[in-house]
Design a protein around this ligand. Structure first.
Ligand code: ADP
Ligand code: ASP
Ligand code: MG
Length: 444
């Protein structure tokens, strides 16, 4: 069994939905097709939730009317059979009515997740019916019945496996099963979501649960590129990446993969293949547990990084000081990306600042603390980077861009540098020229 995941960028228009049909026709065999929402729809649902918080009923109703019209238009164009068209239209309108009812309830995180995951439900209703019409018989299965992940940090694959087998056994047998990405249930059995972009993660959780042959992620670009194509023009697709390299790139901002995509596959031998829906013949990127070659392979960038600078003001020996500080971050469950220490001080970076004021209050018992926001971590990823002959060129950017922190990853597979976000695009371009385009000397 294979998993094929289609992202919003592959589901944004009538043309792209036809493209998805062609890909499924060209790829026979048993599969689970994991879908995101139509492009832009989750953003619109997030906007609905924002209006719900401030009780802007009129605006909510207008946004939902627009969403309903968008989906009804697609049904109108794609589904030719009159009766089938009516059935799907009714189901879409019913779902929209359910969202509307949710917006009238008291706001909670569960209600938020229930609303923002509806784009996937709407799209799969339409896609399933359209594919049946186009000679791709399929069974629609509902992710909320089997995505019992308990925790997003560490999904309970065993529980998902059991529930998914149960759902498959009790559904009409088919070569193609269609389901929704993004939605899941927590350990209280409440609906939650896998965070923005989470359908990639849904696909690998499902892939791990059924020991899939491969997980294919179909998007609007021919694989993982060696730099962010939104910032740099001359980027290239990377044919092979190891799980570890891909995880690093995803964690440090390569939007093409959700940061946790690789997590469920670490101990499995299931390759992830990134493919371009609009150029299905292009090779894309194969991500597996093999290292293809050594050296630097790609650069990614993660924004919204805050530096926390801490200087001990108590008579603590260094190991007590560091222990106290790390304990505080541990207690608030905040992950740290880069840490630099000296005898009585440390600088560290975080991206989640929700609890920063509480953390600051505690740290002030032992130390002085200052924070700086609007930073970006640039991460250069590969294998055996330190021994790559070209690595010194990373430091060439120092001529033009101040580096605020730098660290070499434990396994010699990444170098992270921290810079002001205002310098990000320039740094990415300079690094691309110096590391991958053989244009050393650009800095002269
Ligand atoms: P989908 O809707 O299919 O999930 P996303 O928008 O989440 O698609 O991801 C695809 C986009 O990721 C690309 O269009 C590209 O602009 C962006 N991107 C950022 N970094 C990279 C990278 N290193 N390689 C490829 N694409 C990247
Ligand atoms: N539709 C969700 C989002 O926009 C999930 C996804 O696209 O993967 O975040
Ligand atoms: Mg995505």
């Amino acid at each position: 069994m294979k998993i094929l995941k289609f992202g919003g960028t592959s589901l944004g228009s009538i043309e792209s939905l036809k493209q998805v049909r062609d890909i499924l026709v060209d790829n026979p065999g048993k599969k689970i097709v994991v879908c995101s929402a139509m492009s832009g729809v989750t953003n619109q649902l997030v906007a609905v939730v924002e209006q719900m918080k401030i009780k802007e009923i009129k605006r909510i109703d207008r946004y939902l009317f627009d969403l309903e019209s968008k989906h009804l238009d697609v049904i109108h164009t794609l589904i030719s059979d009159k009766d089938q068209k009516e059935i799907v239209k009714k189901r879409v309108s019913h779902n929209i009515k359910e969202i509307l009812e949710l917006t009238r309830l008291e706001y909670s995180e569960t209600i938020r997740s229930k609303i923002i995951t509806q784009g996937e439900a709407l799209l799969t209703l339409i896609l399933s019916s359209y594919l049946n019409q186009e000679g791709v018989p399929n069974t629609l299965i509902f992710a909320k019945e089997f995505m019992l992940v308990d925790s997003i940090e560490n999904p309970n694959i065993g529980k998902v496996t059991k529930a998914l087998h149960n759902v498959l056994e009790n559904s009409k047998e088919s070569e193609v099963y269609i389901t929704q990405g993004f939605i899941c249930k927590d350990n209280n059995g409440e609906i939650t979501d896998l965070e923005r972009g989470g359908s990639d993660f849904s696909a690998t959780i499902i892939g791990a649960a059924i020991n899939a042959e491969t997980v294919e992620i179909w998007t609007d670009i021919d694989g993982v590129h060696n730099n962010d194509p939104r910032c740099v023009n001359e980027t290239n697709s990377i044919p092979y990446l190891s799980y570890s390299e891909a995880s690093k790139l995803a964690y440090f901002g390569a939007k093409v993969l959700h940061p946790k995509t690789i997590l469920p596959l670490i101990n499995k031998d299931i390759p992830v293949i990134l493919k371009n829906t609009f150029k299905p013949k292009a090779k894309g990127t194969v991500i597996s547990n093999k290292v293809d070659k050594k050296g630097m392979k790609a650069i990614s960038a993660k924004d919204n990084i805050t530096i926390v600078k801490i200087e001990s003001n108590a008579d603590l020996v260094p190991h007590d000081f560091f222990k106290k500080i790390f304990d505080i971050f541990h207690r608030f469950q905040i992950s740290i990306d880069i840490v630099i220490t000296s005898e009585k001080s440390m600088s560290l970076t975080i991206d989640d600042t929700v609890k920063l004021s509480e953390i600051t209050k505690e740290i002030r018992n032992y130390a002085e603390i200052t924070t700086e926001s609007l930073n970006t971590i640039i991460c250069i990823v590969g294998d055996s980077i330190a021994s790559d002959q070209k690595t010194y060129r990373i430091f060439n950017i120092l001529k033009l861009i101040p580096i605020k922190m730098i660290s070499l990853g434990k396994n010699d597979n990444n170098i992270s540098v921290l810079i002001d976000t205002s310098n990000k695009v320039r740094a990415l371009k300079l690094l691309q020229e110096n590391l991958f385009l053989q244009k050393e000397g650009t800095f002269a």
